[in-house]
Design a protein around this ligand. Sequence first.
Ligand code: R5P
Length: 289
Amino acid sequence: MIIIGGPASNGLEESIGRELHAKSVRAEHKLFPDGESHVKIPCPLKGEDAVLVQSTYAPQDKHLMELFLMADTARSMGAASITAVVPYLAYLRQDRKFNEGEAVSSETVLKLLNALDVSKLVVVQPHKTAPFSAFRGEAVFVDPIPMQADAIMESIDDPVVLAPDKGGIGRAEELASIFECEYSHIEKLRNVDTGSVNMVAPLQGSFDSKTVLIIDDIISTGNTMALGTKEVLAKGATKVVAVATHLIMVDDAYDKLVKAGVSEIYGTNTVPYSGAKMLDIGAEIAAVL
Ligand code: R5P
C-alpha cells in the first residue's frame, strides 16, 4: 500500500502512513499560468494498492479536479486498486432536487469517482450517507465522535448535548451516550436564499447551569451554531462548547460564534483552520484502511 497525499491532504497522508507503517508520499503539484492544475505522482504504482488522500474544502472544484487527476493517473500507472480518502467530501449537502432543473451535486461527484475506477471511498462523517448509494464501490465512513469526546472530556463539567437541527440528532445521541447525559435538538428552518436560520419550535430540555456541547458535522456560515448558542444561553447555560468536524468557517463565521457566546470551538484536520482546537483524525482514518 502506498499513501499519496494530494495538494489538499492537509498533511493527513503522513499521520495515516505513520499509523499503518506504510510508505507515504506527497504528489507534486503546480499551477499552470492560466490556473490549471498539474499533478504528478512521484513513485511507481504498478501492482500497488494506491490510497489517495485529498480533502475537498475550498476551492472545492479545484480540489475535486485534482482528486480526479490523481485517480486517473494512478489507474494509468497500473495501480492494483485505488482508494480515495476524502476527509471532507464537498457537494454532499445538495443530495436531492429541491426545484426542477437543479443539479444533484452529490450524485455527480460520486458518479465521477465511479468512472475513475475508485473502488473504495473513505469519508469522515459525511453530511448524510444516503447519497453514497450512487457510489458503486465500497464507501466507508469514519466516525470522529469518540475521539472528539475523548478530547473534550477532561474540561467538561455537568454537560448536556444539543444538535442544532433534527438531522443531527444521531450525533447528539452518540455524544450524550459517551458523557451519559441528556440531549436535545433544535427545530430550525433555513432560508435557502439568505442562508439565515430560525427556530420553528420552542427548544425542549433543561440547560440551566449546564455546559452545553453543541455538536454538528459542519460549521459553514456559523448561523446554525450561533442560533443554538444564543438559545441555550438564554435558557441559563453557563458555557457553550462548539464541537464540529468540518470547519468550513465562511467569512465572519468565527466572529458570529464568539459574538453569540461560544467559549470553545473544536474541529478536526479534515479542513485546515487556525481559530479552533484541531484534532488529528489520521488514526481513525488509518483504522478503516
Ligand atoms: C446542516 O444540515 C448541517 O448539519 C450544518 O448544520 C450546516 O451545514 C451548518 O451551516 P451553517 O454554519 O451555514 O449554518
